[in-house]
Write a protein that binds this ligand. Structure first.
Ligand code: GAL
Length: 955
């Protein structure tokens, strides 16, 4: 991993990198992290299979058919009988094939008629379907479906049974699907209806199954999901890890087992172990607790984020039944009402940013490699903390923050202690409480009830819920009002979060000297990257840090107010990156925000160097703007030095323009009559030159250049990373004013999104073409599974030399995937006719109001042997898929035991005479409408008969 100082060095170099081409991660062995941080490396009895493949997607709603008649009304009320697109046998063969994560709003062109909050992207409703296959050997396992994030309301059916309704676009959904499953050649239909018209925020929320999905197979005696809590605590001089393991027994008998938790250091050595025993009755959940003592652990800190792992095994008679790996970092934390935040006993000012989760090009479906890039950009900035505003992030985010030494304020979305929302809060704390990076739980952001008795009572309950799960971190709430009312939320939290309200820091501290406070949100300052003149009607905001929202303030004033008050634990600047939506202070065509220290691609705005200068002690010196002002010779240009020097001297073409005493908060400005050439700044500390910066007037652009974030990628079809494209002049200098349209091609990978950081660009962020915006654009490329060798990316623009970049793609073990099937029609809801005297009529079918004389079954399991020879009729009503209706097809009974005759609409179509289990098939007629398929078995006394497999119809 790169040292932050290296990154700082590389971003403050002279020349081409000066105007925001992100520093390249140069360690050759760095590849993207795994999307599931909890999977043990090496063999594990727990199988974690990605379910990201094989999905079919329909954008739009598919209304449920109106239920009519008794038979349908009755069936509609039953498990396994979902109708319409939720039915297992619904025809989805014409739907699009998609691989998750998938944000269908990110494919939209911004449209003035849509909501500005959502980046003017249409969201709407979408349906996803998949067919899952489980082997006979999976029978008996505990199988869980995990969906890490769906925007926004989701309804989920498995094999025609509604298994979940989820109301949050930010929490994961875990369902024990074992009872619904069929094994062998049977297919299991999983259907998700997503309603993304529902909004939970006032920012871009995306649409669809936008995070990873998993199938987790475990022993039926197992550790529950998020069921290990093992976060180190220090009491006096002693370090301990209290262990809490939640077990679940879905076997049919009482079980006893041993639980062994081991603390493993970064070199893989076991440094402490805790052994516990558990007894658990069938179908019960139980919690087992214990503790581990640890002598002299290596501490986790922001500059040295040393991580241990706790490996928890569930063992029965020497067999490991289940295993979970959780991160562990040894660190102490406290908030002092006078001195702010302490990490490991040392004061640490929180230099934080608020972020939303979307990125240019991909919306909220952010691959882990791109997430890593974003966090590296924040490290480059000198940031040490992130607020997850205003919702949980993907689980990979927290693992990366642990690894990179970033502190996290983890935030709950919905302020409401009612059971469904309390469950969301509980999920958040359970999932994230092992991460050393997490230092604060935030229960809300800016709630109008914050200054009321009701708000206070609501927060008390939410705080109690958090404390029941984790007492090691304080609870906060981000308040933008109500701090001084007689009953308010600040009385119910451990740390008071201030959104804006700079004028109240002192008054509140004076009135409540024992209450720690932090900014939870500040600034909301505006700038457009690479622009230096505000042009209101073009929605352009100059980058001199002169503009902020009415409720906010500039980067410099905001930081000064916090930096000079030791009792304010720190800042969380609104925001680290621009995000889609909320284009305040503008509206259409602006469709992303202006608040970011970086733009939507993670390219630096002037605020980036400003923050570096204010936050870091290493020398920082940078000049804004660029020095390409052809046509404005002799006119005054406002120049700003972003620096942390004692003094700065400025030179134009070797002539001094004066030496100014530096102001750490204000920065320094000059007004300089433009003349092309070289502008340079020399920075002094203690009278000595410690830093120089130069910017030159460039020539016209002649070529393009591509720069990757990482020099190496993994050929697993998951890894993705951004590439920066820029225009250079004949001397290889970055041209900050180039606006060329650039077309990309890629061999050995796929473009998954494009961006340029221009909040006013209304082009779609997909495809292969994007204009440079003030010299820069970004293309995000994903590898393909099974690929190794070079990925070749080309960037082309009219009149410029093409840039070609080869990136090594390392062969990678493919992520294990759940087996899925392409769309196929399986007949379902079979009925068995009651025994009849005399021969059976093949056209016999159940009466619509008769619920009781005909039986129900799923084809696949034979019937028990009758006492005597008899005939049994089974029937099912089917509506063939479109292709069969158009051209006809084949009906395939994959396994029939005993002699049987197959009929379609009462007409005999095939016959089987043998006693053993064998397939039987026949042509299926074309034409619209429903058909009755019947089978008459000639069962023999004492011999089982019937279906040993499914019956399907294919084109
Ligand atoms: C805050 C809010 C943020 C964002 C910001 C813009 O009030 O918490 O989500 O809207 O304002 O200034």
């Amino acid at each position: 991993m790169l040292d932050r100082r290296d990154l700082l060095k590389s971003v403050s170099l002279l020349g081409a990198v000066s105007y925001g081409v992100p520093a390249r991660a140069n360690a050759t062995d760095r590849v993207a992290p795994s999307p599931d941080p909890e999977v043990a490396s090496g063999p594990s009895p727990r199988e974690v299979l990605s379910l990201n493949k094989g999905w079919r997607f329909f954008e739009g709603d598919i209304p449920f058919p109106k239920i009519l008649g008794h038979g349908w009304s009755y069936a509609n009320a039953k498990a396994g009988s979902a109708w319409g697109a939720a039915a297992a046998s619904y025809d989805d063969t014409e739907w699009d094939s998609v691989t998750l994560p998938h944000d269908f709003a990110s494919f939209q062109v911004p449209n003035e008629l849509e909501n500005l909050a959502q980046g003017y992207r249409k969201r709407g409703i979408g349906w996803y379907r998949n067919l899952l296959k489980f082997e006979e050997s999976d029978r008996g396992k505990h199988i869980e479906l995990q969906l890490d994030g769906i925007s926004t309301h989701a309804t989920i059916w498995l094999n025609g049974t509604l298994i979940n309704r989820n109301w949050s676009g930010y929490n994961s959904i875990c369902v024990d699907i074992t009872p619904y499953l069929s094994y062998g050649s049977a297919l299991n239909s999983l259907v998700v209806r997503v309603d993304a018209d529902a909004m939970q925020g006032w920012w871009y929320e995306g649409a669809g199954i936008y995070r990873n999905t998993w199938i987790v197979k475990r022993h039926p005696l197992h550790i529950e999901t998020d069921g290990v809590f093992a976060h180190p605590v220090k009491t006096g001089d002693q370090w301990q890890i209290p262990i809490e393991v939640t077990l679940n027994n879905t076997t049919d008998r009482p079980q006893s087992a041993e639980i062994v938790s081991s603390l493993v250091d970064a070199a893989g050595r076991v440094v402490s172990t805790c052994r516990l025993t558990a007894q658990l009755p069938p179908m019960q959940t139980g919690v087992v607790t214990g503790r581990m003592s640890v002598q002299y652990p290596t501490l986790w800190d922001i500059d040295s984020p040393y991580l241990y792992q706790v490996r928890t095994q569930l063992i029965q008679q020497g067999h490991v039944l289940d295993e979970v790996v959780t991160p562990a970092g040894f660190r102490t934390q406290s908030f002092d009402p006078d001195k702010g935040f302490f990490l490991n006993g040392r004061p640490v000012k929180l230099k934080g940013v608020c972020i939303h989760q979307d990125h240019a090009g991909v919306g909220v479906a952010v691959p882990v490699g791109l997430l890593e890039y974003r966090l590296h950009r924040l490290k480059d900035l000198g940031c040490n903390a992130i607020r997850c505003s205003h919702n949980a992030q993907d689980k990979a985010f927290y693992a990366l923050c642990d690894r990179m030494g970033l502190l996290v304020m983890d935030e709950n979305r919905v302020f409401n202690p009612s059971p469904i929302h309390m469950a969301e809060l509980e999920w958040l704390v359970r999932r994230d409480r092992n991460h050393p990076s997490v230092i604060l739980w935030s229960v809300f952001n800016e709630e109008p009830m914050q200054g009321t008795e009701q708000g206070y009572q609501m927060v008390r309950r939410m705080v109690a819920k958090v404390k029941a799960l984790d007492t090691t971190r304080p609870v906060t709430a981000a308040m933008n009002d109500g701090l001084f009312t007689p009953v308010n939320v600040s009385q119910a939290v451990d740390v008071v979060g201030f959104n804006y309200q700079y004028q109240n820091y002192d008054a509140f501290h004076k009135a409540h000297p024992t209450l720690p406070i932090t900014s939870s949100e500040d600034c909301s300052a505006f700038m457009t990257r690479g622009e230096y003149k505000t042009i209101k009607d073009k929605h352009i905001i100059a980058s001199y840090d002169d503009d902020a929202a009415d409720w906010g303030t500039t980067q410099r004033v905001g930081w000064k107010a916090i930096a000079e008050r030791p009792f304010v634990a720190g800042t969380f600047v609104w925001t680290g990156f621009d995000y889609h939506g909320e284009p305040t202070p503008h509206q259409w065509p602006s469709n992303s925000s202006f608040f970011g220290i970086m733009d939507l691609c993670g390219f630096a705005k002037t605020a980036f160097w400003m923050r570096q200068a204010m936050w870091c002690s290493e020398p920082v010196l940078h000049l804004a703007p660029h020095w390409n002002w052809a046509g404005q010779e002799g006119q005054d240009i406002l120049l700003m030095a972003l620096h942390n020097m004692d003094e700065v001297e400025l030179f134009l073409n070797g002539r001094s323009l004066g030496r100014q005493t530096g102001d750490r908060y204000e920065m320094n400005r000059w007004s300089v009559a433009y003349a092309p050439g070289k502008l340079s700044a020399v920075g002094y500390r203690g009278g000595k030159v410690v830093k120089r910066f130069e910017v030159e007037t460039t020539g016209a652009p002649v070529q393009l250049k591509l720069t990757p974030f990482r020099p190496l990628m993994k050929g697993d079809g998951i890894d993705a990373q951004p590439f920066t494209v820029e225009a250079l002049d004949a001397k290889g200098r970055h041209v900050p004013t180039a606006q060329h349209s650039v077309r990309f091609t890629v061999e050995g990978g796929d473009i998954i999104g494009l961006g340029n950081g221009n909040p006013n660009d209304i082009n779609r962020e997909k495809g292969d073409t994007r204009a440079l915006f003030n010299g820069l654009a970004q293309v995000i490329v994903q590898t393909r599974e099974g690929q190794s060798g070079p990925l070749v990316l080309k960037a082309m623009a009219e009149g410029l030399k093409t840039a070609t970049l080869r990136i090594d793609v390392q062969a990678a073990q493919p992520w294990p995937y759940q087996a899925v099937s392409k769309s196929v029609q399986i007949t379902e809801n079979w009925r068995r006719a009651p025994e009849q005297a005399g021969p059976l009529e093949p056209h016999l079918r159940p009466k619509d109001n008769d619920m009781n004389s005909w039986g129900w079954f799923r084809a696949g399991v034979p019937f028990p042997a009758p006492d005597r020879d008899t005939e049994v009729l089974c029937a099912v009503e089917v509506e063939p898929y479109a292709k069969v209706r158009k051209s006809g097809g084949v009906i395939e009974c994959l396994g029939l035991l005993g002699p049987a005759t197959l009929y379609i609409d009462g007409q005999k179509v095939a016959e089987k005479a043998s006693d053993d289990s064998a397939p039987l098939s026949a042509p299926f007629p074309k034409g619209a409408g429903k058909h009755w398929v019947s089978l008459i078995f000639r069962a023999r006394g004492g011999q089982p008969f019937g279906f040993t497999d499914v019956v399907r119809i294919r084109a």
